[in-house]
Write a protein that binds this ligand. Structure first.
Ligand code: M6R
Length: 603
């Protein structure tokens, strides 16, 4: 949802900014731009299109300087045009601003500034910022004071950064949108997310709401809204720059599908010692007083949350997953003993944060299950459990779903033990299956027939995915993945619901993928018969022991035998591959699907 970056002190700020923008492009890719303060003024180059298009433009109109800002945009206010691309400038072109977030009072501010004689050149909410700063500078304020006063005037969410022609410095502030500082040896960096500068440094400072930072080539200072210095710890990131490179792969999505054995191993490592689940941030008995669990999440993370809720219910712990955007509107009545779990890869999804804040304001204890240490969810919740998947760049979530499910399996087992006070008889089998899971995923990756299924069905009218129990969220996820990267119509249903309406859509041109975990197989067989009778081709996704499914389905994507609670995770890997190959056959931009961005930081 827009990526901002800044480089201060780099020999060639533009090339550093372009590296950052390429690494942040998952946050938005409909226009991009840079601004450089080079002692002779502020120069801006920006355009509609992707970062590659900006790079081509910069090769014809090079910018030179040691201090600069960059932006890659996911449009909210105003279409993706050259004029609406960031950075935005004041009337004189003395300063430039980039912004991520939404300025809610932009209409009022724009009206006031226009009445005072300011000329706007874009439709964005952001453009009020440079004009506000200009207004304060005109009244005699210093650049720093003008920036602070302008930021004080904003309501909404923002991470905003500014360069001015008079100073070799970047000013930045955050309120509600992520902003991290990177302390490199050659240069200092600012960005919406760590991958922007992983090539240059592992030392990061997560800024907090209300922080204002001034960065020069030789120093940086963080202050609060009043201007008093604040200390923020420098943390060392254990991701490395290869994690954010495509390597030999055509797409990040394909690379990240392949990384799942490692990602799952990292999620499980050190957490299953002695047949019990140990989660570093949660001492033994941490959930002893828990009566029920509510999950809030969006998109793929919501499907992982549905999976986790099912695992808890199967252990006798009342649990329910809510779409975060709905929960934030109408949270269910608060009950003591409820723990609210936000499942979010990025830890920055605005809907999920709003739901967590809503729950916290009702007195609920909150827990973040996230991939990003230092993210807003991790910092705001009472505790955080990391899924340890490593950076995910492809807009389509793949390895993080698997890591979320593995982590939620551990969490479910752990909550059950704390609530009941004993180990379940089935825990050792589940935990050893979790240890074997990376090898099982490896088998799926090496033996999959998904490419031939993608070719067989690539001119279908629609694709349906069905399942029961933990296979239901997998069906939903299979459909989401296919629709977001191939643009084909796909829907997921609980298998039992087909006969209550969706069956009307089933024809010989609508393949149905039936996910079978080994539980509820007879009922799933009934659903397969129903669609087969209407002429739909049926592909089961099932472990080899499910011979009866193979008899009624037209074909099968097999997965290795494992604990029934983990079959869904393996089936999902087959469906990821099906989506990926369908999308590449249709020549879709797999890593940057139209209209989407990876991190959705607006509600
Ligand atoms: O960062 P989060 O997990 O909170 O993101 C939630 C959704 O926006 C995300 O899962 C989205 O649905 C996926 N990119 C889809 O592949």
């Amino acid at each position: 949802m827009c990526g901002i970056t800044a480089a201060v002190g780099a020999d060639d700020a533009v090339s550093t900014l372009l590296t950052g923008l390429q690494n942040l492009e998952y946050r938005g890719y409909d226009s991009a731009g840079v601004a450089v303060a080079n002692g002779d003024g502020v120069e801006v180059v920006k355009r509609e299109g992707q970062v590659d298009d900006l790079e081509a433009l910069l090769s014809r109109r090079p910018l030179v300087g040691r201090v600069g800002l960059g932006h890659t945009r996911w449009s909210t206010h105003g279409a993706p045009t050259n004029a609406n691309a960031h950075p935005h400038t004041d009337c004189y072109g003395d300063l430039a601003v980039v912004h991520n977030g939404i300025i809610e009072n932009h209409a009022t501010l724009r009206e006031r500034l226009q009445s005072a004689g300011h000329t706007f050149t874009s439709e964005t909410d952001t453009e009020v910022v440079p004009h506000l700063v200009e207004e304060y500078l005109d009244s005699g304020a210093s650049v720093e004071t003008a920036f602070r006063l302008a930021v004080d005037d904003l309501s909404g969410s923002y991470a905003v950064a500014l360069v001015h022609e008079d100073e070799e410095a970047v000013y930045a502030a955050r309120e509600g949108s992520p902003l991290v500082f990177g302390r490199g040896t050659e240069a200092y960096h600012l960005a919406s997310d760590v991958p922007a500068f992983l090539e240059f440094t592992d030392d990061v400072v997560y800024l907090e709401d209300g922080d204002v930072i001034r960065v020069t080539p030789s120093s940086y200072e963080i202050t609060d809204t009043e201007g008093s210095p604040v200390e923020r710890p420098i943390e060392s990131i254990d991701w490395n720059s290869e994690d954010v490179e495509k390597g030999a792969f055509d797409h990040y999505m394909r690379k990240e599908i392949d990384e799942q054995p490692t990602a799952i191993a990292q999620a499980v490592r050190g957490r299953t010692d002695g047949g019990a689940v140990a989660l570093e941030s949660l001492p033994d008995g941490a959930f002893a007083d828990v009566d029920r669990v509510q999950f809030v999440a969006c998109g793929t993370s919501y499907h992982a949350a549905l999976y986790g809720a099912q695992l808890l219910r199967d252990r006798g712990v009342p649990a329910r997953a809510f779409l975060a955007s709905e929960y934030a509107m109408t949270a269910p009545p608060t009950e003591a003993g409820t723990v609210l779990v936000g499942v979010t890869q990025s830890g920055e999804t605005a809907d999920t944060l709003a739901a967590l804040r809503r729950g916290a304001s009702e007195g609920l204890r909150t827990l973040a299950v996230t991939n990003v240490v230092g993210s807003t969810a991790a910092r705001e919740c009472d505790a955080a459990v990391l899924i340890r998947a490593g950076p995910e760049i492809g807009v389509a979530a793949t390895k993080t779903f698997s890591s979320q499910v593995a982590t939620l399996t551990l969490l479910a087992e752990r909550i059950r033990r704390d609530v009941r006070g004993d180990h379940s008889d089935s825990a050792p089998a589940l935990l050893s299956a979790l240890d074997r899971l990376p090898d099982d995923v490896e088998s799926v990756l090496s033996e999959t027939r998904a490419p031939s299924f993608a070719r067989r069905y690539d001119d279908s009218d629609a694709y349906f995915f069905v399942g029961r129990g933990t296979a239901h969220p997998v069906a939903l996820e299979g459909a989401l993945k296919l629709k977001e990267i191939s643009y084909e119509h796909a829907e997921g249903f609980p298998a039992g619901e087909l006969k209550h309406g969706p069956l009307a859509l089933v024809t010989p041109s609508t393949p149905v993928f039936a996910v079978c975990t080994g539980a509820h197989t007879e009922k799933l067989l009934g659903s397969i018969e129903e669609v087969s009778a209407r002429g739909a081709p049926v592909v089961a996704v099932a472990p080899r022991s499910e011979k009866s499914v193979a008899e009624v389905a037209d074909d099968v994507l097999w997965v290795p035998e494992t604990h029934p609670e983990l079959v869904g995770l393996l089936a999902n890997v087959q469906l990821q591959l099906l989506s990926y190959h369908t999308a590449t056959l249709l020549d879709r931009p797999v890593d940057k699907p139209r209209n989407l961005a990876k991190s959705v930081t607006v509600e």
